[in-house]
Design a binder for this molecule. Structure first.
Ligand code: FHN
Length: 447
């Protein structure tokens, strides 16, 4: 390869990448690391939130023209190639008369969830709020006829629950010019994406950022065809809500505040970034009447522990029906998680990642101080011989106790391999039992 060719490749790459880098830098709010830490602090402490995917797709609920459509429920219009006018007709059956936002907030709170993020508009373009720039919203297109976000925002504010709005900024299968993952299938969708951004996305983001009081999070999604130019008219709007947290899905080179692994937990967390795993309880985000592939409560709790042990948050989804009901299997699981959190929540909230690389029996989280602090040992596999080795722990232990039995003190021996804790014969919790270990000095671990 000639030197000229090498340079022209490098130069070409720079030309392609520089605008994104420039935008990414512009996107960073002018704040110091300390200010950023202060802004992110509540979110880092929270560790666990509720995601809500709700919209007109809950009417077909996975079935179109008598046929079960493959894929996730909220994608039925796209995957079933449903024409715009036919899809819009479903709105006539979207009548969530059983919607009880205050009960939803309480359900999230009882589950130990510390924030809620709801789809204000998903890829089908349908707004759960009263939008002045379209008739394709809950007020104008449904028999229900009332803004759904307003009472949820009121309930969240009343109960001190931080609220975030998800907004699909690029994909919109109902407004001309909106993007579609695999291209348009109905001429009614054709149009200019720049016009769509200008006439729908920008004013709607302004609406959701101004009409619902304090907002904690703006959750962008699927940056299909989002150029730096398109993103650059949306990002500055976030300054309408000082302190708001945004994710990394706007596109156009904007990295946002959080990384968002979806449906999987990164093996070792994400170094140097705040991150949040979003996950479904079954296999769909939006309600699908026949999706019964529910994860067990054990899986959900262990996921939460695993994520916290790697320093991340868990945003766990519910998909309400068109009547406004959260499905019973979700309610049941949230109750069981809540019961577990009541006992073990201290070992999740406000913790940081494990100092150990591998614990054969479970996971660890920690809350450290300059002269000691606390380790939380999450024991998934209770040792048959009643001895739990904390491998490599060199710091002396001043006290060890079970969160499920705070009065008890466990015996701890210091061995060359680490601290050896004597446990009662039965695990207090078959899913995950927590041992709180108070350190007598600064944490030291031999790896
Ligand atoms: O396409 C969406 C999907 O419907 C869902 O909203 C998830 C949630 O993270 N996000 C997109 C896929 O990444």
């Amino acid at each position: 390869m000639s030197r000229w060719f090498q340079w022209s490749v490098v130069y070409g790459l720079l030309i392609a990448v520089l605008p994104c880098v420039a935008h990414a830098q512009e996107a960073k709010p002018a704040e110091t690391p300390e200010q950023r830490d202060a802004r992110m602090s509540w979110w880092r402490d929270a560790r666990f939130g509720m995601f809500i995917h709700w919209g007109v797709y809950s009417v077909p609920a996975g079935t179109y023209n008598g046929k079960q459509i493959d894929g996730i429920g909220e994608w039925i219009m796209h995957n079933g190639k449903i024409p715009v006018s036919e899809y819009r007709a479903y709105a006539k059956q979207f009548n969530p008369v059983k919607y009880d936002p205050e009960a939803w907030v309480k359900m999230a709170q009882d589950a130990g969830m510390k924030y809620i993020v709801i789809t204000s508009k998903h890829h089908d373009g349908f707004a759960l709020f009263d939008s002045k720039v379209t008739e394709w919203d809950v007020v104008d297109a449904t028999p229900y006829g009332k803004d759904l976000l307003k009472p949820l925002a009121d309930a969240c504010h009343k109960h001190g629950m931080p609220l975030g709005f998800y907004y699909s900024q690029a994909q919109d299968w109902n407004h001309p010019g909106g993007a579609a993952a695999q291209g348009h299938w109905d001429p009614a969708q054709d149009g200019s994406m720049d016009e769509y951004i200008k006439n729908i996305a920008v004013p709607q983001v302004e609406e959701i950022l101004s009409n619902y009081g304090k907002l904690a999070i703006l959750w962008w999604d699927t940056p299909k065809d989002m150029t730096p130019e398109r993103a650059s008219v949306l990002f500055p709007l976030t300054s309408m809500q000082p302190g708001i947290i945004t994710n990394n899905r706007l596109g156009g080179g904007y990295e946002g505040d959080t990384d968002t692994p979806e449906q999987h937990i990164p093996d070792t967390g994400i170094e140097g970034r705040d991150w949040e795993v979003c996950m479904t309880m079954n296999d769909t985000w939006g309600f699908k009447s026949y999706d019964d592939n529910w994860k067990s409560t054990e899986t959900l709790i262990r996921n939460l522990v695993d994520i916290a042990s790697k320093g991340g948050n868990y945003l766990l989804n519910v998909g309400p029906t068109s009547e406004g009901l959260i499905p019973d299997p979700s309610i049941q699981r949230l109750k069981e998680i809540g019961a577990w959190m009541k006992v073990n929540g201290e070992a999740i909230y406000g913790t940081t990642a494990s100092p150990f690389t591998n614990l054969p029996w479970g996971r660890c989280t920690k809350k450290l101080t300059a002269d000691g602090g606390r380790l939380y040992l999450h024991v998934f596999t209770w040792p048959a011989d009643g001895k739990l080795l904390v491998p490599g722990l060199k710091t002396a232990v001043s006290k060890a106790t079970l969160l499920a039995a705070p009065g008890t003190t466990l015996t701890v021996e210091t061995t060359p391999q680490g601290a050896l804790i004597s446990l009662p014969s039965a695990a207090p919790d078959g899913i995950s039992s927590t041992i709180a270990v108070d350190l007598a000095g600064p944490l030291q671990v031999a790896q």
